[in-house]
Design a protein around this ligand. Structure first.
Ligand code: PBG
Length: 330
């Protein structure tokens, strides 16, 4: 190779300044990409920081409204609601989950009343309501599939009646999307969408979330319904099934350790793909930043753009507000 020809290509020309880097950026983030998860609890005028999720709170419904206002003002189009259920309301039948005046249903009604434009999504799963902390009905130490799926369909209907725009089943029971779609259509709620947690793994990264809702399984683990972290073909199968059963959006969860799964699912379905940047991923960045070991803002943005690069259309993330603020100021 002669010196006059070296080097043939100089990729660094495309990195030479902030503006040229912006011009050739292959992916970008926008507040419209984010879904903000929210934890609501009973009571008045209280907010409680979740110990394993620094700067993240559970709110009573009155204070939650201020939080939603901020989210909406930042241009974030959607929230995903989780209710913390008092222990004395938990059982093995999801009774409280179907209560028309339950905390989840009240939260949906109030938020939709004040923020009609906001896309309100609800988590549909039994674990916060279950005396066993499992996502389905328990019998002889087993998680029943069909009985649980029936109950989840009723939960979805109850959330739709309260005004939810999207229900988000996070349980991993077989066939629940079809049952849910049929139940919603039968009640005349053909406009209510379904965001299916399609490829949800049995993951240690949910630890802080279970702190937030006090919903850790009382016995065993979730490996008979949530997926084995070693599998990717199975994730594609789950997502394709959910699409066929009527899911409007499919989700992969957790996020960062499963970017290959996001890509595989994205290439296999014809619906938007969302990814859940879960509580443990949030906690890791927060904890390292608190020690001064990484730059929180940089690590946050780098993680979020990685989801887009992997093929995610939407990102449920506890960083939604911080990231939106960063994007607006930038
Ligand atoms: C409930 C549910 C979980 C999460 C979302 N919905 C926990 C679990 O399945 O045990 C985890 C969210 C997070 O860790 O941020 N089915």
């Amino acid at each position: 190779m002669s010196h006059s020809q070296f080097p043939y290509s100089r990729p660094r020309r495309l990195r030479a300044s902030e503006n040229i880097r912006r011009m050739v950026s292959e992916h970008s983030l926008s507040p419209a990409d984010f879904i903000a998860p929210l934890f609501v609890m009973e009571g008045k005028n209280r907010k409680a920081e979740i110990p394993s999720m620094p700067d993240y709170y559970r709110f009573t419904l009155d204070l939650l409204m201020d939080e939603v206002q901020q989210i909406s003002d930042l241009g974030i189009p959607s929230v995903l609601l989780f209710a913390k259920v008092p222990d004395d309301k938990k059982d093995n039948k999801g009774t409280e989950a179907l209560n028309r005046n339950g905390l989840m249903q009240r939260a949906v009604r109030e938020i939709k009343e004040e923020f009609p434009q906001l896309v309100v999504m609800t988590d549909v799963a039994m674990d916060p309501y279950s005396s066993f902390g499992h996502d389905g009905i328990v019998e002889n130490g087993q998680i029943l599939n069909d009985e649980s799926a029936e109950l989840l369909a009723k939960m979805a209907v109850s959330h739709a009646e309260a005004g939810a725009d999207y229900v988000a089943p996070s349980d991993m029971m077989d066939g629940r999307i079809l049952l849910m779609r049929e139940a919603l259509d039968e009640m005349g709620s053909s406009t209510t969408g379904i965001m299916a947690y399609s490829a949800k793994y049995a993951s240690s990264f949910y630890g802080p979330f279970r702190d937030a809702l006090d919903s850790a399984p009382g016995f065993g683990d979730k490996k008979t319904y949530q997926m084995n972290p070693a599998n990717v073909t199975e994730a594609v199968k789950e997502a394709v099934l959910d699409e066929k059963e009527g899911a409007d959006i499919v989700m992969v969860k957790p996020g960062l350790p499963y970017l290959d799964v996001v890509r595989a699912v994205k290439e296999s379905v014809h619906v938007p793909v969302s990814v859940y940047n879960v509580s443990g991923e949030y906690a890791m960045i927060k904890a390292a930043a608190q020690h001064g070991w990484i730059d929180e803002e940089q690590a946050m943005i780098e993680s979020l753009i990685a989801f887009k690069r992997a093929g995610a259309d939407l990102i449920a993330t506890y960083f939604a507000k911080d990231a939106a603020r960063f994007l607006i100021s930038y």
